[in-house]
Design a protein around this ligand. Structure first.
Ligand code: IMP
Ligand code: MG
Length: 180
């Protein structure tokens, strides 16, 4: 197993670039959710760093909760969706901002939005750090997108490959020669 930094083929976004874009997203969100009953829902586990950096830049009252959903079992191929943690808070009548690390085919967000809608929130908005538009299969409206990226597998800043490399502080493409 290579060290996280040895698994990178090419750096896409440095720590500085990520933080500066996250601050812009936070400013936008702060403007849009004034006077609202905000619940931010992060998807485990990939949003850990993004969410931590994002919410610290949003100066608004909010509640935080997590939903666990797993779509990639042990590699880069999509697998069945499994819910691994349910929401704890009651979101009925509230404004939910759903945060995910990356919007790829859209299958994950589609399923989670459906689940959230059944809990009768006032509104569900979505925020993703990364989006691979070219790989989309489900028509998911993302209200806040950090970066559009090409259709390549990326790791770091919370994003994993087979649960590894989440601790890299920056984002890069996976070197396919680093494993196998
Ligand atoms: P989707 O359901 O196809 O949109 O995939 C979304 C989920 O797949 C994300 O929450 C990630 O966990 C994972 N994923 C998709 N693309 C990548 C990637 O390039 N690197 C790491 N995880 C990814
Ligand atoms: Mg994920």
């Amino acid at each position: 197993m290579p060290n996280p930094s040895d698994a990178i083929a090419k750096t896409l976004f440095s720590e500085e670039e990520i933080l500066s874009r996250v601050a812009e997203l936070a400013e936008q969100i702060q403007g849009d959710f004034k006077n609202s009953d905000l619940v931010i829902v992060g998807l485990l586990t990939g949003t850990l760093m993004f969410l931590a950096d994002l919410v610290r830049k949003i100066d608004l009252p909010m509640k935080l909760d997590f939903i666990g959903v797993s779509s990639y079992r042990d590699g880069t191929e999509s697998a069945e969706l499994v819910f691994t943690k349910e929401l704890k808070l009651d979101v009925r009548g509230r404004d939910v901002l759903l945060v995910d690390d990356i919007l790829d085919t859209g299958k994950t967000l589609q399923a989670v939005i459906e689940k959230l809608q059944s809990m009768q929130p006032r509104n569900v908005s979505t925020c993703v750090l990364l989006s691979k538009k070219a790989h989309r299969e489900y028509d998911i409206p993302a209200d806040y997108i950090g970066f559009e990226i090409p259709n390549e597998f990326v790791i770091g800043y919370g994003l994993d490959h087979a649960e590894q490399h989440r601790n890299l502080p920056f984002i890069g493409t996976l070197d396919v020669n680093s494993f196998s």
